[in-house]
Design a protein around this ligand. Structure first.
Ligand SMILES: [Ca+2]
Length: 483
């Protein structure tokens, strides 16, 4: 469907060469297949990092952050350069991951209320938001159960709580540290988080969640498991272990990345990944465990930098939705493969089911497409495009200029092209990501036919999923009035 758009930056610190980068689809850059025990169901470790930006890892091109363990994982697996979250913020991305469905199916469009920011500047009444993933939705954990899997959710949940809509109500046998909360108030114990007993004073949350993950793996080493590990890091508050911060204070900032505490938070996550890989080794599970590392939205502009991408968390520009993705699937993928095919959060559900040899749940619509064929280095995907629907307001934060990170909007990517539609005034923006990954040149007026075709694609998709578009005017809208 598309190619790597920033090959030089993307590949430079992965030890991969520009010349070897594929123009389309996946290309193996090294040959080191790993064997797998035949007939054994694979385990899954799904590491979801909160608010990790596209350029926040060494192998993605950062020379400021240090992530040797994740870089190693990337070198052993498939790296996707065009991996997208389903939304530019936390809860909807998670709802889409766990349900395998686009936002209009479950109504979790944003975090909290869709009416954010100053009412007098909101032209439209946005679509009401669901903050709970309906317990009737068959989650990936529930779908894996009939295939004999034991599942754990260790970390941030953000889609409800308790026996109905917490992890324990959505198919996870083990539920730790998850609730309605979208962030921890403290990354150091006492955390005061539901479903997590505080550790000794000063214990660091990322380390603790890693400890819990290791315990789960140890306890379930003899059966197929699905470990969902959604870290509270690297989301605010920006708090890190002092012992790790000093190194970054003495380091030259690079490409807009200059926050030592944030860098240390990233490094703690990296350390956790290293500990998990070591544990899999010790237990002899490394070759039979699929490890996936993903973020739930773009990094926060003002804390980190997604350059050369435009914007950050909260926007449908690339900086808000394009994130790092590594899939390590021993015996099936070739180490050091790079893939430019656009993939999305909704794809994990059908992908994991196919990897596990598990059936798709009856009567549950899956909007994503299994990426197994491209992981195996074959073919591309069938779909023509991927879509976003975000009918909500998000106010500016962290010194972001202007009032909004986004007003209600939708977007589509098809091939190299991306169209964003802003619902307040119907404005359409068209970008060619191949030549303009930073979305600086809006081609909508220059290319009316292309713009119209992309808009048709987006409108037809909205119709197919019954996506509600806000049209009702906000009676409190007074843009000319001073606060
Ligand atoms: Ca997030």
């Amino acid at each position: 469907m598309a190619e790597c758009l920033n090959r030089r930056d993307f590949l430079k610190s992965a030890g991969l060469t520009v010349a070897a980068a594929a123009l389309a689809g996946c290309r193996s850059l090294a040959s080191r297949p790993v064997t797998n025990s035949p007939g054994t169901k694979p385990n899954f470790v799904f590491i979801l990092i909160d608010d990790l930006g596209w350029m926040d890892l060494g192998f993605m091109g950062s020379s400021y952050y240090e992530t040797p363990n994740i870089d190693k994982l990337a070198g052993e697996g498939v790296v996707f350069s065009s991996a997208y979250t389903n939304a530019p913020n936390c809860a909807p991305t998670r709802a889409c991951l766990l349900s395998g469905q686009y936002t209009p199916r479950h109504g979790v469009y944003t975090v909290g209320r869709s009416e954010r920011g100053p009412a007098r500047l909101r032209k439209l009444i946005p679509i009401e938001n669901e903050t709970t993933l309906d317990p009737n939705v068959v989650t990936i954990a529930e779908a894996l159960k009939p295939a004999g899997y034991v599942s754990a959710s260790i970390g941030k949940w953000h889609l409800g709580k308790g026996a109905q809509s917490g992890p324990e109500g959505q198919g996870f046998d083990v539920s730790i540290a998850g609730s309605r909360r979208g962030a921890t108030r403290r990354h150091f114990s006492p955390y005061n988080l539901e479903n997590l007993q505080d550790g000794p004073e000063g214990e660091y949350l990322t380390d603790r969640l890693t400890d819990e993950a290791l315990k789960f793996v140890q306890n379930n080493k003899n059966k197929p498991f699905f470990l969902y590990l959604p870290h509270y890091a690297v989301h605010t508050p920006i708090q890190a272990k002092e012992s790790m911060v000093a190194k970054y204070q003495n380091k030259q900032p690079a490409s807009g990345q200059n926050n030592p505490k944030y860098a240390a938070m990233v490094e703690s996550v990296d350390e956790g990944v290293g500990r998990i890989m070591k544990k899999l080794d010790q237990l002899g599970l490394r070759d039979n465990t699929v490890v996936i590392l993903f973020s739930d939205n773009g990094g926060v502009a003002g804390i980190t930098s997604m350059e050369p991408l435009r914007g950050g968390k909260g926007m449908l520009y690339e900086g808000g939705v394009r994130v790092p993705l590594v899939v390590r699937w021993p015996g099936k993928t070739t180490a050091g493969t790079k893939c430019d095919v656009p993939v999305m959060g909704i794809d994990f559900y059908p992908t994991i089911l196919e990897m596990a040899g598990a059936a798709r749940p009856e009567g549950h619509m899956l909007d994503g497409e299994s990426i197994v064929s491209i992981l195996k280095g074959r073919a591309s995907l069938k779909r023509e495009a991927i879509f976003w629907h975000f009918p909500a307001y998000l106010q500016a934060n962290y010194g972001w200029k202007g009032t909004w990170r986004t007003t209600p909007a939708g977007a589509v990517r098809s091939g190299d092209w991306k169209l964003i539609e802003f619902f307040e005034d119907g404005k359409l923006e068209l970008y060619n990501l191949k030549n303009d990954i930073g979305e600086r040149k809006d081609l909508a007026h220059k290319m009316p036919d292309k713009t119209r075709r992309m808009h048709e694609l987006l409108k037809n998709w909205r119709k197919s999923v019954n996506a509600p578009v806000p049209t009702e005017l906000n009676p409190a809208y007074r843009p000319d009035k001073e606060q």
